[in-house]
Ligand binder design. Structure first.
Ligand SMILES: [Zn+2]
Length: 258
């Protein structure tokens, strides 16, 4: 990629939104955003939406605006789109040597599909969970002030951060699946391997799956997994809230670079 573009992206990160996808991928590869920085950005954006809608709840005196949940979901979707897109684009750059010899145009289309799907799912999932909680409280006959208190509690105490961490993981896993099925359509059989984040945050839930292939039966000393695969058990990451595990697409004889 053009040096001038790289320089511009470094100085003004938002320039990246105006580049074509191939140039964006090159820029991501040249200046990757660390995962924890993306988590913080996403946390801040989700927190902003939650505070805004909490104040609508507080001020509505019990009769929510007709489009409340719809608006909440739409705003979430708008806010999370950019960081989740960066995350998926960044994973894609790790696989550039795969897609170069297969079908770049098709693979580029896959990223876009995986992105849209992940972003929609996250916004819908988060909005639905909040809505279900709110409606359950209404059905229980809890007073409106109490409902506002409980929703405030839901939106505080690390809720936005939990969504950010978990959903970045989900986005990445969706992308890995999309890439694997694209490869398979091209007649290339790949394998998907689970990889925990291998830092101090790894939890006992995911550690038996570490470095195992999707169809590999896992036996744990106490029989917790009993020959199940991680595919049987979790489908794909995240395995639990705040899961930071990855799935890596591998060709039988090659591994992704970077
Ligand atoms: Zn995990």
């Amino acid at each position: 990629m053009n040096k001038a573009i790289q320089q511009a992206v470094k100085l003004y990160p938002s320039v990246i939104d105006y580049l074509s996808l191939p140039n964006r991928l090159a820029a991501r590869k040249a200046a990757p955003i660390p995962r924890d920085e993306l988590e913080r950005r996403l946390t801040r954006l989700i927190g902003g939406v939650e505070r805004r809608y909490l104040s609508v709840l507080e001020n509505s005196g019990g009769s929510l605006p007709f489009t409340f949940w719809q608006d909440y979901e739409r705003d979430l979707r708008e806010q999370i789109a950019a960081p989740m897109r960066s995350q998926i684009e960044q994973s894609f750059t790790n696989y550039s040597d795969y897609v170069n010899f297969i079908d770049q145009a098709g693979a580029v289309g896959d990223i876009d599909t995986a992105m849209t799907r992940a972003i929609d799912e996250v916004a819908r999932g988060v909005a639905d969970t909040s809505r279900r909680q709110f409606e359950a409280l209404l059905r229980e006959g809890v007073s409106y002030d109490e409902i506002v208190e409980r929703m405030a509690l839901r939106f505080s105490s690390g809720h936005a951060e939990q969504i950010a961490i978990t959903e970045l993981t989900r986005a990445e896993a969706h992308f890995a699946d999309a890439l694997a099925s694209r490869l398979s359509e091209q007649g290339v059989q790949s394998q998907i391997r689970w990889q925990t984040s291998e830092d101090e945050k790894v939890c006992p839930i995911c550690s038996p799956a570490d470095h195992k292939l999707r169809d590999e039966a896992i036996n744990t000393p106490r029989g917790g997994w009993n020959g199940q695969t991680w595919g049987d058990r979790f489908g794909r990451p995240p395995a639990h809230p705040r899961c930071r595990c990855l799935t890596i697409v591998e060709l039988p004889t090659r591994r992704p670079s970077g």
